[in-house]
Design a protein around this ligand. Structure first.
Ligand SMILES: Nc1ncnc2c1ncn2[C@@H]1O[C@H](COP(=O)(O)OP(=O)(O)OP(=O)(O)O)[C@@H](O)[C@H]1O
Ligand SMILES: [Mg+2]
Length: 250
């Protein structure tokens, strides 16, 4: 069963600007994400994807504009909302000198989750990803793909409703990417909302809706089918290139 409810935006971003000094990394963008959606955020390096995510998560402050989660302005109240967010950042994933289990315990402790609930959630998640290795393995001894998928599990330890994944599969082999996406699909069937950035166009295809960003601005938005139609292209890769070209010529 899919709990998708297209009438209830869970994330609303209105006229968001995020500046570093005089440079606008995010330049007046607006979009909304519905509950249960996989929302793909695409764009060339430096387009402003990570900055947008970090601002929605309350790590950076907007220079102007408004962000609402569950209809509530995050500038008014972030503490309650934060517990329902999971954020897997682009650079930092796991503590490499801790074991898999210690990383999960640490991630859970940050949210005051009981040991029992951490173990229960860990078992459930490891079941989905078919994790067969020893939980007491030191993280630095795992392959990149396994590290990334364990990092996803750590992000999910407090059972968040909105999950931000910033290039979670960068450099990961296709088989592990498939495991990754199996878990993501499972999460959406539970009504979770996924906000994901990727440079892989096959992954972009899994998104219900996509945003394409270029130098801080949104240059295209829609379902994969709508975007292909709009740009008269057969693949998202071609759509992406056409949108960038069009953006450059403006
Ligand atoms: N703390 C900062 N101070 C100054 N400039 C920054 C800062 N963080 C990001 N930027 C700049 O803002 C722009 C957008 O960066 P951002 O990391 O959001 O892009 P991105 O779309 O996530 O790129 P990538 O695909 O490489 O991850 C870049 O030009 C970057 O150099
Ligand atoms: Mg980034």
């Amino acid at each position: 069963m899919n709990n998708k409810d297209n009438n209830s935006p869970i994330i609303e971003v209105k006229n968001l600007v995020v500046s570093f000094g005089s440079f606008k990394a995010v330049d007046n963008i607006s979009f909304s994400v519905n509950k249960g959606e996989i929302f793909g955020f695409l764009g060339a390096n430096g387009a402003g994807k990570t900055t947008t995510i970090r601002t929605i998560c309350g790590i950076l402050n907007p220079s102007s504009g408004k962000i609402c989660l569950y209809g509530e302005d995050i500038s008014a109240n972030t503490s309650n909302i934060k517990t329902s967010i999971g954020y897997m950042s682009q650079k930092f994933t796991l503590y490499k000198d801790l074991t898999v289990k210690e990383n999960m315990d640490f991630a859970g402790a940050l949210y005051n989750i009981s040991k029992k609930d951490i173990d229960q959630q860990m078992k459930k998640l490891f079941g989905f990803i078919n994790f067969k290795e020893d939980e007491n393995t030191i993280v630095q001894n795992l392959s990149l793909g396994v590290k990334q998928i364990i990092a996803l599990c750590a992000t999910l330890i407090h059972n968040p409703d909105i999950i931000f994944l910033d290039e979670p599969t960068a450099g990961v082999a296709p088989q592990v990417r498939a495991d990754f996406w199996r878990l993501i699909k499972q999460l959406t069937t539970e009504g979770k909302t996924i906000f994901i950035t990727t440079h892989y166009m096959d992954e972009a295809e899994y998104s219900d809706r996509l945003v394409l960003m270029q130098t801080g601005k949104i240059i295209a938005m829609g379902t994969p089918i709508e975007l292909k139609k709009q740009f008269s292209r057969d693949t998202l890769e071609e759509v992406f290139l056409a949108a960038l070209l069009r953006g450059n010529s403006k």
